[in-house]
Design a protein around this ligand. Sequence first.
Ligand SMILES: [Zn+2]
Length: 306
Amino acid sequence: MKHTTHIYLAAKGIEFLYEGLENLRYATTNRRAVSATRSKRRREGKVLQRMLMHYQDAISEASWAPDDILSDKSQYHTFKLFTDRDFPDSSAFAKEIHGGQYYRASGGGGLPYKVDHLARVISDMNKLRRYNDRCSMNQIMYQFLLISHYIVDAHVPMHCDLRDDPPSARDTTKPRNGNYYSDALHSEIEQIWEDAVKPVAIDEEIIKAKRKDDDRPAPSLSQQVQFNVTNDDHCDEIIPYVIPDNNLMQYMIDLCIQTKERALQLFPIDDPFNWNQQIFSTMTREIFARTIGNLITVWIWIWGER
Ligand SMILES: [Zn+2]
């Protein structure tokens, strides 16, 4: 995702933190969590929301820092999977196998590992703050906003799809009996989302206008990225989950697998360049809602009592 989209989604995660937790579900059964669990998480979420709002000024920098300050894009912002459907009989190229049929080639990015590790570091920082005051709430909230970047990226179809990374002529680590699409498509689609988000983010004063053409009228897709906490229907769309067995790494891997499945719909196996524009608008809404829900899922996992 691009800059404004990262800021916007982190801001929406904060906005829906309390109301979203009313919809808390169990990831394994997709049933609504029992009311005692929801009440407890909502109480914790209310405090976290207040904290994040207090430090919200850092959102613009922290949610974007992984792309331009840390620059760990190729290592940790992706989890490039392939399957027998897009690359038949190519399991020999798999360094890892997930969920039985999802392969990761070497150098395919370790997004779920990064989220798991960073989440545990933040949780430790919070314990140290209470024990000896070595970490400040300021630092901890910055990290909450920073980790949002990786969580958001896990929902981008191109980030979990090996076909986004065509091998160079000398690259022998990737299968060749399938169709790749080019990097240009990746940026093009992220730009469509950025253009849809920007007018909404400016209108809601989440960001300020900085460029001459920042007053461009909103495209029709803007409707699909709009979520307001005062709208009951929007609240129903935001669903955070209880992470099964507290296994955050597995939760993130499963999430990347869902994103890979979306990539297979968006970029048809036979002709991925000819991406599926018919489903794009509906899929955009689904991706944005899932992202906001999962920001809350991971944030409350870090913050809440375990
Ligand atoms: Zn990124």
